[in-house]
Design a protein around this ligand. Sequence first.
Ligand SMILES: [Mg+2]
Ligand SMILES: [Zn+2]
Length: 191
Amino acid sequence: MRPAVFLDRDGTINQEVEYLDNLGDLKLIKGSAQGIGMLNRAGFPVIVITNQSGVARGFFPEEFVNHVHAALSRMLRQEGARVEGWYFCPHHPEAGNPPYRRLCSCRKPGTAMVKKAAGDLDIDLGMSWLVGDSFSDLQTAWNAGMKSILVLTGHGRRTVASLGLRDRERIEYVAQDLLDACKWITGVSER
Ligand SMILES: [Mg+2]
Ligand SMILES: [Zn+2]
């Protein structure tokens, strides 16, 4: 069993555009590929976990999410960065129609995506990190017993402003962006 770094997608790796529904809007946040490359070289498997309720809401089909992940994977690979696993939740508890409208355990802050990845890739969650820009990312980390990092990109500034003191104390690090988070993770793990 080994530690991994779990990453949120929108607002963490690529720019937040609220329900990304065309590949033309897919833009890496500056430094994302460099940061993921650092994690790769430090030996961490990098795993993306993302809520995509746009599927349940009927904004785009489930297949489109796979296209986005293939495109993002290509963009990262061109800059020497590699993601080992892509997991998404297409559900929403209230929006749209069944089968996508349902109470699931994969939608963050649920932990089913993290647990599936941990089983698939032999990951020790207690030693792993989750980096994201939303409160639900932090909650996912805490619910799964992982270390949490908040990035200030995407919704991050809004998230940090809304945190109570207790929540703030549970976060390992508040990073400017993903690159900053990756530098911090690789720095800490060297000590
Ligand atoms: Mg996000
Ligand atoms: Zn789900």
